[in-house]
Write a protein that binds this ligand. Structure first.
Ligand code: CMX
Ligand code: CO
Length: 147
């Protein structure tokens, strides 16, 4: 069951400048940052609220690390902006299978590793009314890497 908005992914050309915009304009601080080489992104997670169920909602600021990454390709076509939304679930495997059963393309056969050790998969934007949609199961608190 999808229980919350885990994050909104925002693509940018310059992560440091974008982090500074969110800090100056809204007072949001970086909760966690990392490089995910598989996804080709350098990212900062800004925690917006905490649902108290082991999950929270974030803005995920994304800067591409290489020219052939999905985010680099998207930025070249669209410029900076909202790239995807992500719903949180305790069971990404089960929810992805159920959604695949409804005829929506799920991009990965098995969930991959996302921010902070989470397990993630994506639904094809062309099957979701133009919205690239991610499903996320957070890592158990003990599995959270230091940030
Ligand atoms: N939102 C909405 N539509 C999108 C989109 C997005 N983010 N990215 C691509 N599209 C649309 C394109 O506009 C294009 O539509 P048209 O054919 O009408 O022009 C179509 O989808 C195909 O786009 P493309 O540029 O040819 O891109 P690809 O098919 O190569 O890749 C996708 C699209 C969704 C398969 C790819 O972006 C992907 O695998 N995404 C999942 C991984 C990812 O985004 N990782 C970065 C974030 C990591 C994280 O959140 O942790
Ligand atoms: Co994301």
């Amino acid at each position: 069951m999808l229980t919350r908005i885990d994050h909104i992914g925002i693509a940018c050309f310059d992560l440091d400048r974008t982090v500074e915009f969110y800090r100056n304009t809204y007072g949001f601080e970086v909760f966690h940052s990392e490089v995910n080489e598989e996804q080709g992104v350098r990212e900062a997670m800004l925690k917006i609220n905490d649902t108290g169920d082991g999950g929270a909602s974030y803005l995920q600021l994304l800067e591409p690390t290489r020219d052939d990454s999905t985010v680099a390709k998207w930025l070249a076509k669209n410029g900076e902006g909202v790239h995807h939304i992500a719903f949180g679930t305790a069971d990404v495997d089960g929810d992805a299978a159920a959604i695949r059963g409804k005829g929506v393309r799920v991009l990965y056969d098995e969930p991959r590793i996302g921010s902070m050790g989470s397990r993630i998969t994506f639904l094809h934007p062309k099957d979701c009314g133009g919205v690239l949609t991610e499903l996320v199961t957070s890592a158990a608190p003990s599995e959270h890497p230091e940030h």
